[in-house]
Design a protein around this ligand. Structure first.
Ligand code: AMP
Ligand code: MG
Length: 577
């Protein structure tokens, strides 16, 4: 399953010293530290943080770290030599010990607070103090900001120990959840979906923590026992980790005038977001009001496209609340996520998630997050009637823009030049009733088959199908005939050959999906010290559109075997940390 790599340019970062020349801590240098914080970052007990944008925190290293994997693709993009991933000082730093990093790297990292909103409703009770002042990065500690090849990146340790926002948690991430996030980030990137990236993954050979989990074979909704799991630190990387919920925290404080600098802190974080995530589209010299309007328009555009892309590839975020919604418009925080197998508009792998965050409800959930974003920005334009009106129009136009993005996405999945409502509606009904495997169905369709037999490879054949297989097949045939006439000529057809159309559709409809039952044995074997399956999955899933080898196809281009449906920890999970 080797892949041919693009022409390599020689790496420019071969040591931590090379990386240290590129550091630039814009967040710590331009935003406000918590005035109650300790400069040395020894700040590991839950407490309220009343003001400031960040808390300096020293990460807590995991004991006896061992290399699991790194992202070769991302290393190449950054110009990192593969060899540094296993060098002593890299392992030390990215397993949480930053006490010996070379200057001007700093020996203290930072954590940020954020507010929680779920589907557009503000919450405070998740904070142990019921004030919202103790909620935020409980176990994620950023350790570096650097400008690499002209792009600014923040590097964040997930599972890097307790912060003031840990709410009594242990500050750790287990190997299972770290492998899931590591693989998913690189898979999503390879699919062309904007996302935070994976840098490296280290596991502790000796440190374990307890987590609730499912007994083997359990079909219960909730975990039925505690298990001991190895802890890990994965490093995730993004232009920034600013979340909608983070802006909301400052918006709430400004609205309630919680302290004299509340409005100023709101403006500062919003302008920082513009610099970090929108510098290429928003001129730094513009007045704040104009920046805010442009920011809202651009975020709306990114968020709608992002969610349309999620649905294109079958991704369900699972817990799309305000603090899991990156203000830069990319996928962030892979917790109770999953990829849709049997097509179900209400697919939701997280037992605590509810229908509001289910697969095809994500456009509505996104709108709720956008609403909170809009409400947060409004006070900044209080005295500027024109700008405020523009901002309000951007808010009210969300649903239309979202729908346009969805229609364009469905049209592309179907190889059509424009969305055809009737064709899609019948397809959706058939996909649910049969039901089909979402990935296999669209991939088989991308071959532009002559009849429905190749499509039948994607059928799970549920009760509705079995009740009347001939009738269902007839409807599928009629649907296929209509689809074929639409792609061939007329308004909906694209002017290209059947071969070209197939090629184009295969760049929209991936062949390989990161199915949970592929990931489970990978993290189980990894917990026993064997990382080969993790690395194999990484290899296959970072070229999801390619046909790959026969071996890869036999192993990974498959419908979910029935023994995995309704299986605790595979088809659903209650906890993901
Ligand atoms: P999530 O729903 O996974 O995004 O988690 C909500 C918040 O809980 C996150 O922002 C984390 O900071 C925090 N959290 C989750 N697990 C832990 C843990 N083991 N220790 C400390 N904080 C945690
Ligand atoms: Mg989160």
């Amino acid at each position: 399953m080797k892949k041919s790599l693009p022409q390599e340019t020689s790496p420019t970062i071969e040591t931590l010293d090379d990386l240290s020349t590129l550091v630039n801590y814009s967040l710590m240098d331009t935003l406000n530290p918590d005035p109650d914080a300790k400069e040395n970052g020894v700040d590991h007990a839950p407490r309220q943080v009343f003001s400031g944008h960040y808390v300096p925190v020293k990460p807590t290293p995991i004991k006896d770290p061992e290399y699991v994997t790194h992202s070769k693709d991302f290393f190449r993009e950054l110009g990192f030599a593969d060899s540094i991933a296993q060098s002593d000082d890299f392992v030390r730093m990215f397993s949480g010990d930053i006490s010996q990093v070379p200057a001007p790297m700093r020996k203290v990292g930072w954590a940020c607070g954020y507010a929680l909103s779920i589907f557009g409703t503000e919450y405070y009770q998740q904070c142990p103090f019921q004030t919202g002042n103790g909620y935020g990065d409980g176990r994620a500690v950023s350790v570096l900001e650097a400008v690499i090849k002209g792009k600014r990146w923040e590097m964040q340790l997930k599972g890097g120990g307790r912060t003031p926002y840990c709410r009594g948690g242990d500050g750790r991430a287990v190997l299972r959840s770290s492998i899931r996030e590591f693989l998913a980030q690189e898979y999503m990137h390879a699919l062309g979906v904007p996302t935070s990236r994976s840098l490296s993954l280290f596991v502790s050979k000796t440190e374990k923590v307890q987590r609730p989990w499912y007994s083997p074979g359990s079909r219960l909704q909730d975990p039925d026992r505690m298990i001991s799991e190895p802890v890990a630190i994965s490093t995730r990387v993004a232009p920034s980790f600013i979340r909608v919920g983070q802006l909301e925290l400052f918006g709430r404080r400004a609205r309630k005038q919680e302290h004299p600098k509340a409005m100023e802190e709101l403006e500062k974080i919003v302008l920082h977001l513009v610099d970090r995530e929108y510098a290429n589209v928003i001129d730094n010299k513009l007045p704040t009001a104009e920046k805010v309007v442009l920011l809202a328009r651009e975020f709306r555009s990114r968020l709608t496209l992002l969610v349309a892309n999620w649905i294109r590839v079958g991704y369900c975020q699972g817990n799309f609340n305000g603090d899991n919604c990156a203000a830069g418009g990319f996928t962030l925080d892979y917790g109770p996520f999953g990829f849709c197998e049997e097509f179900d508009p209400q697919f939701q792998p997280w037992t605590g998630g509810g229908q509001h965050f289910s697969f095809l409800n994500q456009p509505i959930a996104a709108e709720r997050n956008f609403h909170m974003f809009w409400a947060t920005l409004r006070p900044l334009l209080a005295s500027q009637t024109d700008s405020l009106q523009q901002l309000d129009e951007i808010r009210s136009g969300f649903a239309d823009e979202m729908q346009m993005a969805m229609e364009a996405m469905w049209a592309a999945k179907l190889g059509l030049g424009a969305f055809h409502a009737e064709l899609f509606s019948e397809l959706e009904t058939l996909m649910v009733q049969t039901p089909v495997d979402y990935t296999v169905f669209f991939r088989e369709l991308s071959n532009v088959p002559n009849d429905i037999s190749p499509l039948q490879k994607s059928f799970y054949k549920g009760a509705a199908y079995e009740a009347d297989p001939e009738g269902m097949d007839k409807r599928w045939s009629e649907w296929l005939t209509q689809w074929k006439s639409l792609i061939t000529s007329g308004h909906y057809a694209q002017s290209c050959s059947r071969e070209e159309l197939s090629k184009q559709m295969k760049l929209v409809n991936p062949k390989y999906s990161l199915r949970e039952w592929f990931v489970v044995p990978a993290y189980q074997q990894a917990a026993a010290g064997n990382y080969s399956l993790v690395r194999e999955l990484q290899e296959v899933m970072t070229q999801p559109y390619a046909e790959q080898s026969k071996e890869a196809e036999d192993k990974y281009y498959r419908l979910r075997p029935s023994e995995f449906s309704e299986l605790g920890g595979v088809s659903h999970y209650s906890c993901s940390s």
